[in-house]
Design a protein around this ligand. Structure first.
Ligand code: ASN
Length: 314
């Protein structure tokens, strides 16, 4: 289990500093690539009336949703900036990204999965009128470029972390697996099997989840995608989005437990036809860096670890 900074020995701190270098270089590379592709860089929000419901989502396991009152209004801490991204992309910036802190109070049983922390950062981005395929190609280019760059610039650190030789630049395009095929082959436990068998990042498409991902009501196919890393699992999820009012309403009503009043502005904009088609994704930074650095627990990528069920001083 990751320890807080003040309890680390010298060699642990040295390792932490190598991981820190991987983090800094990754953020530098990723943000630069997005800016090179004409994306605007937005600052994150922390409190608002609308945040990601994280429901229904096969991967979600939230112990507590944080709601509090400010100025006589109920607000929630950001679980993802999906609603803000869709609105910003429709009304202002056709290409945008954010380094967004997400708070997801995961069940404490997830302390030892090594793959969950209750505060993390997403590089979240959205592109007006984009197709899913365009987003996937963009991600592949950016990630392959990142690995190549880190192997050139951080040879010493990656060697210290034991990752220089095992980390390879993934070949493009990455393989794509429709979720239904994986279910046929491996059953409901497909995620674990897939992650243990792959040697390079792969896409999984058509995953039933939250109302904002596009679903073809005729075929029942979802136009969305997750990126899975060998051993580490899901590092990104994204989709083409819903933008039509009636469809969003239908999905919210179907999703038992979604409070429409929490999405009043999104629904109003959709009703007024001000929401536009877009597609995007969010990259989990700690998961990406954790895979690159080869950590046992994602808390190792954080100087102040946020392990489910554990609250340290800082
Ligand atoms: N960032 C994700 C997306 O763009 C949403 C999420 O984090 N749940 O689809």
């Amino acid at each position: 289990m990751p320890k807080p900074l003040e309890q680390l020995h010298e060699s642990d701190i040295e390792r932490k500093c190598c991981i820190g270098k991987v983090l800094t270089n990754s953020l530098k590379h990723l943000t630069q690539r997005f800016m090179d592709c004409d994306f605007e860089w937005l600052l994150p929000v922390v409190f608002s009336k609308s945040t990601d419901p994280l429901w229904p989502d096969p991967g979600a396991s939230i112990e507590k949703r944080i709601e509090l009152e400010i100025y006589g209004e109920t607000v929630r801490t950001t679980s993802s900036m999906i609603v803000h991204k869709m609105v910003a992309c429709s009304l202002a910036h056709p290409r945008l990204f954010i380094l967004s802190p997400n708070i997801r109070i995961e069940r404490r049983e997830r302390a030892r999965t090594g793959r969950h922390v209750y505060e993390f950062t997403q590089l979240d981005f959205e592109v007006r009128d984009a197709t899913s395929k365009e987003i996937r190609r963009l991600v592949e280019t950016v990630l392959s470029g990142l690995i190549g760059n880190l192997k050139r610039e951080l040879r010493e650190e990656l060697t210290y972390l034991g990752r220089y030789h095992s980390l390879r630049v993934p070949k493009m395009p990455f393989r794509e697996y429709p979720r239904r095929e994986l279910e046929k082959k491996y059953g409901t436990g497909w995620e674990r099997r897939l992650v243990s068998e792959i040697r390079d990042p792969v896409w999984v498409t058509d995953i039933p989840r939250e109302f904002y991902d596009f679903e073809d009501f005729e075929t029942g196919v979802w136009d969305n995608y997750d990126l899975f890393l060998p051993q580490y699992g899901e590092v990104l999820s994204g989709a083409r989005r819903e933008w039509e009012h009636d469809k969003i309403i239908r999905k919210m009503e179907r999703d038992n437990g979604i409070k429409k009043e929490n999405y009043a502005l999104l629904l109003k904009l959709a009703k007024e036809r001000r929401m536009k088609p877009s597609a995007g994704a969010g990259i989990g930074i700690e998961r990406l860096v954790g895979w690159i650095a080869g950590v046992q627990h994602l808390g190792e990528t954080q100087l102040f670890p946020k392990v489910p069920g554990v609250v340290y001083d800082l």
